[in-house]
Design a protein around this ligand. Sequence first.
Ligand code: GLU
Length: 524
Amino acid sequence: MSVRVRFAPSPTGLLHVGALRTVLFDYLFARNKGGQLILRIEDTDRTRYNPESEQEFVDTLRWVGIQFDEGPHVGGPHAPYRQSERAAEGIYAKWIAELEAKGHAYKAFETSQELEEMREFQQINKQPLGYFGGDWRDASPEKVEAAIAEGKPYVIRQKMPRDKKIVVQDLIRGRIEFDSNTLPDPVLIKADGMPTYHFAAMVDDHLMGITHVLRGEEWISTSPYHWTLFEMFGWQPPIFVHCPVIVGKDGKKLSKRHGATRVLDYMAQGYMKGALKNFIALIGWAPGDDREVYEDEQELIQAFSIERLQPSPGQFDMEKLRWLNGHRIRLMSPEEILAEIEGLLAEAHTVQYWENFVDEPMPNQKPIDGKEVLGKVQFLVKRAHEDRDYVLKAIKEERERVGSLVDFGDACEFFIVADDSLNYDPKATAKWFTGQAHVPALFDFLTACCENGTFGADTPAEEYENAIKDYFASSGLDKLGPIVHPTRVALTGKTVGPGLFELMAVLGPERIKNRVARARTMLS
Ligand code: GLU
């Protein structure tokens, strides 16, 4: 039987990292097995329904590049794929009638006040909380008929078996046992006639021929209801695969404290979809060797197996994501990087994210100004329109040092700003321009090189190196630092950056001359 898996989000909010992990495992598994991946929108809870949420799912899944074989946007043999539309077609009504006829479901007419009183009574008497039958589980047909005739609102509940051990088979965890006497009778059809998640999801999993249900560990507690529903209908249950919880580096459940939880925010921060998928796949799945880098998605698909999913929590380590992303960036050509940056800025969410960014810096750290970050990347792209070759050279130098696409904005800034607007770090100038008696002569030398053709438009980095090292040899200084550092500060405004000779070759004589002239005015 061919593998059929579904991603079944409820459109109530944003698409978070945990859900991305589920759909990614679905996707890798389906592709590995030559099976099908289905998108089903579980929108029967109309009180929590959020119309923007479905769009968020679509945008996120498009960005990460996960395609579905069936779903509301591609169609398929089991359409419709939105549960509200399936409810309107009467699909769930048919199956609940069958369950009632079999005696596995019943109408319950308690008012919300009666349910509240039941709860208080249970609390006072230290009884298990929940609905274990009330007045209606064993009510006579006449009593039920009378309540219907009176027009009393009702829900339909699942008649959970009593005095029974319910055993759910989970692919990762094996047998999971539940005492049926601890399981209240859940609502399957709400008073408004809509099915609950429990009912709609399981009916659909059966009707859509789902073979494996991959979902987060938080659904384990509902699995005995689901398993029992399959038994009640006499259907073959799917294989349940409850994926381990995702925790931060501190071992606590992943939350905002550990970094963004919304998937699109990672895009906005300049993480590429390939790196993010590589990273997310390794949270809770162990390939069985030490391999961590999957540059090619096909290799990830080939390596993936659900047998190697781990029961223990998977750790979300931002440093690793940064590293994987940086590694990918270094495998790309400057043209490819620039195209990625341009694509990133074309995403509406990138602009919104940075414009509304509110940093929560660590103590003693300067908060990040989102508008400034965005402005620098936009400036890079603007300059690329004016002088693409030059910007590509700058990107090539900075490629070695960044962890995200957005980092290029700040990293390349000194290359692309006008010479008279280069920012000088006051700490750098204080250290290398103040009281350094040899620096004026060094600046004279650099200026002369620009004027006499030693530094020409096409002079390669090695020749800059030779010229500066020759100058050093004749300077009488005993270390190269006092030459290299003031030169770097004069040209870049800071003490860190790419190799000095390489960046000089990119800047070229015109910029070097202008910047040295400006730096000279700062000497004291
Ligand atoms: N609609 C559920 C959710 O929002 C799906 C749970 C499941 O996969 O069974 O996560």
